[in-house]
Design a protein around this ligand. Sequence first.
Ligand SMILES: Nc1ncnc2c1ncn2[C@@H]1O[C@H](COP(=O)(O)OP(=O)(O)O)[C@@H](O)[C@H]1O
Ligand SMILES: [Mg+2]
Length: 306
Amino acid sequence: MLDFLAGKGHVTDTESPSVEVADDPTTPDPMSTAPGEEIEATEAPSPSPARPLPRWIAVANQKGGVGKTTTAVNLGACLADLGFRVLIIDLDPQGNASTGLGINIRGLEASTYEVIMDDTPIEDAIEATSIKGLFVVPASLDLAGAEIELVPAFSRELKLRNALAEVRDDYDFVFIDCPPSLGLLTVNALAAANEVLVPIQCEYYALEGLGQLSKNVDLVRRGLNPALEISTIVLVMYDARTNLSDQVAQEVRGHFGDRVCRTMVPRTVRLSEAPSFGQPIIAFDSRSRGALAYRELAKEISHGSA
Ligand SMILES: Nc1ncnc2c1ncn2[C@@H]1O[C@H](COP(=O)(O)OP(=O)(O)O)[C@@H](O)[C@H]1O
Ligand SMILES: [Mg+2]
């Protein structure tokens, strides 16, 4: 279905079949905002039905710098603020989700690495954060080695799923922040989750690689995890001043329909500053546009409060 995406990064390509799909009258109009107008989070509820809790969501896109960690941290924080219990699993050796939540990843006794590689109980690795109801299993740099060390391991694709079984009913939302690759760590995330959330940057080449991600999701669904689906697409780094952002948004909505959240996250400096203070945006600057957008996104994805 998504073969158009493979190797096709240029989203403005008018030959793209998406142009026809985008004309589908059932597709919600993505753009009611005039160019140059400030984009704010929309309030309309998502057309997709509410999903039962707990929800296990891998945040994946094999490109780096597309907003996976920012979305996992801030969406997680906003859901916790709505009253849900939320756990973020940092599965990226860079540990950005951990540091962005104020965890010092240098002095950890237990991290995702020990949970996956040494059978350390996950409870020993869970850390509280400054947001009530939001917890994190931090990553350390050791995790970079896991990608190789897992290769000969017994049931190497199911290490994370097995480790997480202990806390399966303890959280309403679990977000697994994936590394920027489709290697064994990401396969572990896809095997453990029921849903995949893909952040897509409103930029050139935004769709590049999504065909590959889709294929991997299909492979994992067939081989390991029949429940898995790409349930949620979030448009991030939206810039209302550029036609390009609109074009990308339209193209993505044409292809993914109501799986694309109506709320788009604007490109704002405050969102990029918050991690260096170890805070989600709602703690760092709760009235900023970024905070508003992630709050709306949390409402849209959860269909209201806990
Ligand atoms: N909406 C946004 N506006 C501005 N900067 C953003 C936004 N989302 C993410 N960033 C910044 O872009 C960079 C990449 O985002 P990140 O979430 O770390 O991506 P990934 O986890 O996919 O590698 C980070 O420096 C982050 O602070
Ligand atoms: Mg990241």
